[in-house]
Design a protein around this ligand. Sequence first.
Ligand code: ZN
Length: 315
Amino acid sequence: MAAPTEKKEIDISLQAYDPEYCPVATGLRNIGNTCFMNAIVQAMLGITSIFKTAYLQRESDSVANNPILQLFVKMFTDKSRINEYTQTLYREMIGKSLKRIDLTRMDIWSQEDSYEMFVFILEELCKCPDIEILFNHRTTTTRKCLKKGCGHTSTTRDTNQMFIVQPDIKVDQLPETKSDETSQDLNDFLKKYVSCVPDFTCKVCKDKGTKLTFTKVTMIPEVICVVFRKYFQKRATPFPMKLKFADVKEKKNYIYDLIAQVEHSGSQGGGHYYAICRRKDGWKRLDDESVSDGIPGPTENTYLVFYHYVGDEYV
Ligand SMILES: [Zn+2]
């Protein structure tokens, strides 16, 4: 049986994907190594709940006083100036990074990375609480000491905004797993996963070593973002077009559709980013200024994938 997943506790219902708030495909100019920025902006433009929330609450202080959120709303409402707004966003984000004391200049300029940029942008958008709840999911993690005769377990609860996944979901996540074992299905992984913490000291027996952790998702958001870590090898990690999370009590499944994927071709040091996104006019490959028909699905270049809640299925 699937692990039970609770719906949001504060808002009774999840906000479904709304095609009315999905833009028509438009290319973005590359103004010098900005493909990483263009790709993530294109992926985020497909997250309809950002625009719907911001548009419906445009009078509220948390939306009106958030300049980055305002830029996204302008990109959506004033398509003819989308390039101008994206460039402003880029400059704003670089400016904000330079002011951060937890980053060195090297970090800012050497990592022209779509994921890093997404984290930065999301941090700004999430200053608006109604945007933040679109991304937050909650997990419960149980850690178990494997020392013979101990078996101490401890539990922690966390709130996260992204799922970070090794390219080969099961094998890399858990080194003890036999190499001939097949990869875990991504949807199952997102509900419940096993990982290990190296060099962890057990509170009870003081044994230091690798400990297993079991993480279960207990609350789901509107938007599910999965990051595939690709530092060691490039290979296609299977991901489905739809995700399902079971609500056992209500006898239903929460259904999510794939809405965007960010692709990174080439090596870690260099390379090129583009996005494959669902748009009002169909699935498109958005590669800087070039717009063509796109086919969603796993490739060895897939770096980030985005799913949006679409509705419930009663079982
Ligand atoms: Zn122990």
